[in-house]
Write a protein that binds this ligand. Structure first.
Ligand code: NIG
Ligand code: FE
Length: 407
């Protein structure tokens, strides 16, 4: 007797992103059955007859991938930084603008003034750009509030986006993004505020899934980041770090020692630190959009990360300063062209490995029991997702088994 399911997708090839298969987990000539928001079966075309489906979808020989996961964004903010962009084009550096009270702090001023509604509307428009490219899960950081009230306002907006749209949102408290002006010269006191007020407040309201830090000489030092990791873990929150973006402070190793889910940026990570990173099991998140925007020259140690089998994720880092790029497909293209990833690695970077970076254990792969977050692409090879910029779109997107776009 046939097994009943909600949807059967037939005449498709899978870039399943499962481990142990070729490239991005290739399974040609497949069928996928969905029921109650989960994948119940992904197998050869010959198994189609085993299923009685309420709806049959003809994949027309296209490729099915997991729904894409953007595992590092700062997409809630107010204002814009085009004036700073022009200053950088004129030769000023990101670090000098930041030391002079611009950069992150200028977005902080605008974000503090903005109402929750204004922030929500602006963020929803950016999220729409990601969603149309097939993003079904997104991480959203705070970090443009730098006061307990505004950090919580940002996290509330992030949570509301996940309720309002068919997208899974993971929220991250990034109180330690920059030192606010009212704490100038008192970084340790500000870290006290993050540990003793922001983290408990975020926990009390259930607003954060993880805590992130910006470990950099223009931001927070190792001892300060360590205090934040300890406080986060005492509250049962996962940790992450922006590390080795502009200099090598060995922040990635510190975060890995504390069991971080991910360490992000990593251009200045030294190859000697890679084996310890590999042992820790944390994911390396590469952010080529920030590298491109800042016209950086130092490349992350991709060869060493690959050799040590550190899972590499790729994300947009969507933010108003260093990566005003609301396109996961462009991030994949840049990861290939600028950082030397293969298209298969770029696809794993926005699926299986991005899921690792967020602790989303039931996402990022096409396999039985995984969530039915899927994209159907009318392409002849999955490498086409990375090959162009803004060149393709999914023809269908399912989130939790529900068709949320296309037709
Ligand atoms: O991920 N590195 C720190 N934070 C952001 C930049 C944020 C900003 O400039 O507004 C990043 O690149
Ligand atoms: Fe970032």
């Amino acid at each position: 007797m046939a097994i009943s399911c909600d949807t059967l997708i037939h005449d498709v090839h899978l870039a399943s992103c499962r481990p142990g298969l070729d490239g991005p987990g290739v399974i040609r000539d497949a069928v996928v059955a969905l029921a109650d928001g989960r994948i119940v079966h992904a197998g050869p075309a010959s198994t189609a007859d085993a299923f009685a489906a309420a709806e049959r979808v003809d994949g027309a020989g296209g490729w099915l991938t997991p729904g894409l996961i953007d595992c590092h964004t700062h997409l809630v903010w107010a204002g814009n930084r085009s004036e700073e962009f022009e200053r950088r084009l004129g030769g000023e550096s990101y670090a000098s603008i930041s030391r002079g009270g611009g950069g992150i702090l200028s977005t902080v001023r605008a974000t503090r003034e903005a109402s929750e509604e204004t922030l929500f509307d602006a963020a929803a428009a950016r999220l729409a750009r990601l969603r149309e490219e097939g993003v079904t899960s997104v991480e959203i950081k705070s970090g443009y509030g730098l006061s307990t009230a505004t950090e919580m306002k940002m996290l509330r907006v992030a949570r509301r986006l996940g309720e309002a749209f068919p997208v899974t949102v993971r929220t991250t408290l990034l109180g330690a993004h920059a030192l606010p002006e009212d704490y100038a010269g008192r970084a340790d006191d500000y870290v006290d505020l993050v540990c003793s007020e922001m983290i408990p407040a975020a926990c009390a309201e259930g607003l954060a899934d993880a805590v992130d830090v910006y470990c950099e000489d223009i931001a927070f030092n190792l001892a300060q980041c360590e205090r934040i990791f300890i406080a986060a873990q005492a509250h049962g929150l996962a940790i992450k770090a922006h590390a080795e973006q502009l200099s090598d402070m060995h922040g990635a190793l510190l975060a890995a020692r504390y069991g971080a889910r991910s360490v992000d940026h990593l251009e200045y990570l030294s190859a000697e630190d890679v084996p310890d990173l590999a042992k820790s099991g944390c994911t390396a998140v590469l952010l080529p959009g920030a590298w491109y925007t800042l016209r950086e020259t130092r490349l992350p140690p991709v060869t060493a990360l690959r050799a040590a089998e550190v899972p590499m994720a790729v994300a947009t880092d969507l933010n108003p300063g260093t990566s005003p790029i609301a396109s996961i497909l462009s991030a994949m293209n840049m990861a290939c062209v600028l950082f030397g990833l293969t298209p298969a690695e770029a696809l794993l970077g926005v699926t299986r490995h991005a899921a690792f970076a967020l602790g989303l254990t039931s996402k990022g792969q096409i396999a039985a029991d995984f969530d039915a977050d899927l994209c159907l692409w009318s392409v002849t090879d999955p490498a086409e997702l990375s090959y162009g910029m803004n060149l393709v779109r999914p023809t269908r997107i399912w989130q939790a088994g529900r068709d949320v776009a296309g037709g």
